[in-house]
Design a protein around this ligand. Structure first.
Ligand SMILES: Nc1ncnc2c1ncn2[C@@H]1O[C@H](COP(=O)(O)OP(=O)(O)O)[C@@H](O)[C@H]1O
Ligand SMILES: Cc1ncc(COP(=O)(O)OP(=O)(O)O)c(N)n1
Length: 280
């Protein structure tokens, strides 16, 4: 019988279904991984923005994680919206307690509509408690600037930030995503030894809600199945590129990406694989 690979997301719920827990579980499912969740906060949210955040008590978050890990287990874990320092500390404690090695930390800070999803007082906890436990950290450029205190404009700046997250803050690897720069987006992975660049054609659209959640969930799913880090990031880049390109056009604001697109792609049509380049 085919093994069942399992992934757990510890993140916030997005009622609109485009980001957070919902995006993660859809991505796990599309990549043939059994998805589970520990919800940190419920947001009332749609494509126009976030209009309410309701935190889950710490005990509730802990019990969700214990329930999942204590019975079913997880081959990989990803984190998303953690909002408060106490939540970050709790998650770090759980990761250590259960010896979770395949931990993908998506340092979610601000939603597309501008709502803050991480208290400023949480930045130190993120940097000092959670990042050192991560197999991979996946910041976008503004998040990498907050984590490192650097200004990031060029590809070299992205590389320098990735190195700092690994060498100074203790993550095993970091991928700085390039969606917030102009032009075709290049994501830069530093695996502790070398850099890998992933570039795809920019698709002009406002429907990019939940891109970061989907990208990091795809990496976690691939790691859960035993992929190498490099293969996992490459598949995730392909997954998110297709999900953006085949937009659903839902809602009046920043709509969700298309989680079906990757599994429905035609094989061998040549437009699916973003370029990958190794550099110094
Ligand atoms: N318009 C776009 N066209 C193609 N790929 C994009 C586009 N916007 C973002 N991406 C890709 O989506 C992923 C998430 O990007 P980014 O916007 O940087 O992060 P976040 O969603 O966390 O803000 C990255 O792989 C990035 O390169
Ligand atoms: C509940 C919840 N979690 C995370 C986000 C942010 O997701 P992200 O993938 O960074 O996408 P955008 O919101 O920036 O489009 C969220 N909105 N809600």
């Amino acid at each position: 019988m085919k093994p069942i690979y399992k992934a757990l997301t510890i993140a916030g719920s997005d009622s609109g279904g485009g980001a957070g827990i919902q995006a993660d579980i859809k991505t796990f499912q599309m990549l043939d991984v059994y998805g589970m969740s520990a919800i940190t906060a419920v947001t009332s949210q749609n494509t126009l923005g976030v209009n309410g955040i309701y935190d889950i008590p710490l005990e509730g978050i802990e019990r969700q994680i214990e329930a999942v890990i204590g019975d079913i287990g997880a081959d990989a874990v990803k984190t998303g919206m953690l909002s408060k320092p106490e939540v970050i500390e709790l998650v770090a404690e759980q990761v250590r307690k259960h010896r979770i090695s395949k931990l993908v930390v998506d340092p979610v800070m601000i939603a597309k509509g501008g709502a803050s999803l991480l208290a400023e007082s949480s930045q130190d906890a993120l940097r000092l408690k959670l990042i050192p436990l991560a197999a991979l950290v996946t910041p976008n450029i503004p998040e990498a600037e907050v984590i490192t205190g650097m200004t990031i404009e060029t590809l070299q700046d992205m590389k320098d930030a990735a190195v700092k997250i690994v060498e100074q803050y203790g993550a095993a690897a970091a991928v700085v995503k390039g969606g917030h720069r102009l032009g075709d987006p290049t994501d830069v992975l530093f695996d502790g030894r070398q850099f890998h660049e992933f570039t795809a054609e920019r698709y002009e659209t406002r429907h990019t809600h939940g891109t970061g959640c989907t990208f990091s969930a795809a990496i976690a799913a691939q790691l859960a199945k035993g992929s190498s880090l490099l293969d996992a990031v490459q598949t995730a880049k392909q997954f998110i590129t297709l999900a953006i390109r085949h937009e659903l056009g839902i809602g009046g604001g920043h709509g969700p990406t298309n989680h079906w697109a990757y599994s429905r792609r035609e094989t061998g049509n040549g437009d699916n694989t973003p370029a990958i380049k190794e550099s110094e």
